[in-house]
Design a protein around this ligand. Sequence first.
Ligand code: ZN
Length: 292
Amino acid sequence: MAKFVPDITTNRWIIIAEGRSKRPKDLGKPEQAGVNKFCVFCPGYEKLSGTEVYRIGPGEPNSSGWQVRVISNKYPITDFHEVIIHSPDDAKDIDSLPLNQVHKILLTFRDRYNFHAKNGHVLIFNNVGEAAGASIRHPHSQLVVIPKQINLDALAFEPILNVVVDNQRFVVFCPDFSQWPFEVWIAPKIRNQYFGQITAEAISDLAAVLQDTLKRLISHLTAGEHFHPGVPMVSFKDGPAYNFYIHHGQDWYIRIIPRLVHRAGLELGTGLSVNIIDPTDAAEILRQEVKV
Ligand SMILES: [Zn+2]
């Protein structure tokens, strides 16, 4: 099990999670990865993955029939660590699943957030692509609970500037202080709430705006050789690579970070971020990106 190691002089904490290195990996070997490969997150292999704690869809726990499935992580970072399997589909993710499936995923996020709220800070996050730290290809998110006494160094809500798009209940924008190129935030228009307070109607709006935002990002960042000439960034040509997470605290938001650049010495040595794309330009580009 993980250890929390405090750095007394800076009040930062490090999680030492030794068992994590034993976890299986199916990314990084393109010739082996693919839909036909054995995948423990696919229907039919329920008994081989972690213990099921929640599902949307019919069927007994640890059997097929589910539409969204949550299991305890076999290689936990903390005491509560769950894997939320987005759908039975091994390839389609939030950007390409039917909208009602995205709705079910977000409903699951909310239910699990509320289930664990009493246990500590609930962080829900999603890693897509090896550059974003994903180790299993089948689309999934994770939920980790961090003990309340650990201070989390999370970003507070920022002013809404550089708007990409909005709908009835949400606004999508590229904050002025973006630390990463094409960083995008999705925020509810009703402020000062926790994610767990989101209503069923708002989940519908969020599903639409989250899918639309990912489509815009993926469409632009896959664009190949015309992709920002002269700017040292990788593209999504070999598949998308991004993270998103839901801010655990009050005044929640979703922060999406495409993984287009590597952090370098200056940044590691100073904690400063060098962002090679102006957020104003990023917002303008994403605004114009045609819906796929
Ligand atoms: Zn699979």
